[in-house]
Design a protein around this ligand. Structure first.
Ligand SMILES: Nc1ncnc2c1ncn2[C@@H]1O[C@H](COP(=O)(O)OP(=O)(O)OP(=O)(O)O)[C@@H](O)[C@H]1O
Ligand SMILES: [Mg+2]
Length: 502
């Protein structure tokens, strides 16, 4: 029997209004990956923040390699051989990759930063990760996936004995993910202890040996994965509450256009993109990461400039009418993939964030926001989306990652525009919350709205879309019906034809 390398015991952490962790025990083993699983708000990130020295527990103790340790800051965590790849990336976009990698500890020579050493170490770790970009690239020019790779590389630089990954794959391409798994495997053979947080159970079974499940801030179970099934884990995570998943209709509810996009082009990003979205339709933009799906969404809503092209919407009574980029937000709501930089004001309250897009709807005739109505509506959507908060005044930045995402969704449901664009709407959500959001998307379509969905999860697209537009290198290369099979969709995204025996 192997001894655990890490033992956390009796960990309790209270925040104002909520007990995030209640007497949690957690163990992880050398040369193995321990999955840390639980619904949104279960306490996973909080537990790892305690281990990473980001916050201090109210009580409990930590042992590493049999000896009790005090971890009271990120630096002391590093000193104890712990590296933390955070759920939300914190990077300095105008600085280079090398600078970001060494942000907390630059190699010095005679008190000065040793740049050649910084570059050499950076190049080495990037090579290990299989990254194509160079250490002198500015982070702002990297894709979300590449930034995530930098975040992971930063953790490896310190030669840790324990590495914590908090949802590392949500913005990685399948190639990057494969590379990350390679890195994790090699860390394991070096005897490193891995702690892996994810909502993707397939990844858990692929890369981990054991799992610990948290629910409502308490440990509900722990075991070897070879003795567990995905169903058993979900059962532990969410208890016995069954999730009812709606079924999509085969085709859209109507054939009445609500959004018309013609010949959108932007040099280097989009080429001649044209399509129509109908009332009652869930239209999927499908393709590989980087194929231009997000760029389409951003161009339609006017977030990015376009070189040419036109966007039309159906305005009440007046039929289809071209709109200027600046006007789009009157008709089109957009849930962005990057809630940190585009979606939320983290220091503001849940209530204020929810009402942000609906100030017009909440204003009285003197253009003042009606506070009671603001509270009522915020509460309504908090209940409907099952958002875990201690009060409507809680700053959004202190919610769990998944609950922050629900606030973004709730905001647009409140405004209820005729057209909604959702870019990775369920990223970071647990299985239950994913199902809830999918049901809501189908309900929106049934109610006559037009929904444009981007998701990297094939299952999700298949559960939702009445039709797919397949993108490749900034162009729409194909259209597929809602009945398209898994294999057809995979092949189309890869740009090859798929022949199926029918
Ligand atoms: N700084 C804080 N102030 C107040 N409450 C907090 C703070 N940090 C976390 N919480 C609360 O602690 C609880 C656990 O949050 P945590 O982030 O650990 O969840 P999680 O399991 O990581 O969920 P997710 O899967 O959504 O990321 C939540 O109710 C959250 O709102
Ligand atoms: Mg979390």
């Amino acid at each position: 029997m192997v001894n655990p390398y890490l033992t956390m015991q009796g960990i309790t952490k209270r925040f104002p209004g909520v007990t995030a962790l209640q007497d949690v025990s957690f163990q992880a083993y050398p040369g193995e990956a321990m999955a840390l699983i639980g619904a949104n708000g279960a306490g996973k990130s909080t537990l790892m923040n305690v281990l990473g020295g980001v916050i201090r527990a109210d009580s409990g103790e930590i042992q590493i390699d049999g000896a009790r340790v005090e971890i009271d800051s990120p630096l002391s965590a590093t000193a104890n051989g712990i590296a933390f790849v955070h759920q939300e990336m914190a990077m300095l976009p105008t600085m280079t990759v090398a600078e970001n990698l060494h942000i907390s500890q630059f190699p010095t020579r005679g008190g000065l930063i040793n740049t050649s050493e910084t570059d050499r170490r950076s190049a080495e770790v990037l090579r290990r990760m299989g990254c194509q970009f160079t250490p002198d690239t500015r982070v702002q020019f990297l894709s979300t996936g590449d930034r995530q790779m930098v975040e992971i590389a930063r953790a490896l630089l310190t030669h840790p004995r324990i590495v914590i990954f908090d949802e590392p794959t949500s913005s990685l391409t399948s190639r990057e993910k494969a590379r990350l798994f390679e890195v994790i495997r090699s860390l394991k053979t070096e005897g490193v202890t891995i702690i892996y947080i994810t909502h993707f159970l397939d990844e858990v079974f692929q890369i981990c040996e054991r799992a610990t499940v948290l629910r409502g801030g308490e440990t509900v179970g722990s075991g070897m994965l070879k003795d567990l099934t995905p169903n058993a884990i979900v059962q532990m995570m969410i208890g016995d509450i069954g999730i009812e998943v709606h079924r999509k209709r085969e085709t859209a509810a109507t054939a009445e256009p609500i959004l018309g996009v013609s010949s959108l082009s932007r040099k280097g990003a989009l080429r001649d993109v044209s399509f129509t979205l109908h009332k009652g339709e869930v239209l999927g933009l499908w393709g590989l990461l980087g194929s231009g799906r997000t760029e389409v969404a951003r161009a339609v809503i006017g977030l990015d400039p376009i070189d040419s092209g036109q966007v039309e919407v159906r305005t009440d009574g007046a039929g289809m009418r071209p709109i200027k980029p600046g006007q789009a937000q009157r008709w089109i709501g957009m849930i962005t993939e990057d809630r940190r930089s585009e979606g939320l004001l983290l220091s503001m309250s849940v209530k204020n964030n929810m009402s942000l897009a609906n100030l017009r709807g909440l204003a009285n005739r003197w253009l003042l926001v009606r506070g009671d109505e603001e509270t009522r509506q915020a509460q309504e959507f908090v209940d409907r989306l099952n958002i875990i908060i201690s009060s409507l005044r809680q700053p959004v930045g202190t919610l769990s990652g998944g609950n922050q995402q629900k606030v973004v969704v709730g905001r647009w449901l409140q405004v209820s525009p005729p057209i909604i664009i959702m870019d990775e709407p369920t990223r970071g959500l647990d299985v239950g919350a994913k199902a809830e959001i999918r049901n809501i998307i189908l309900e929106l379509a049934e109610a006559g709205k037009g929904v444009l969905v981007i998701s990297s999860e094939l299952e999700e697209m298949m559960a939702l879309c009445h039709r797919y537009l397949v993108m490749n290198r900034g162009q729409i290369v194909r259209e597929l019906p809602g009945t398209a099979s898994r294999n057809e969709l995979m092949a189309a995204a890869a740009g090859v034809d798929f022949m199926e025996d029918r």
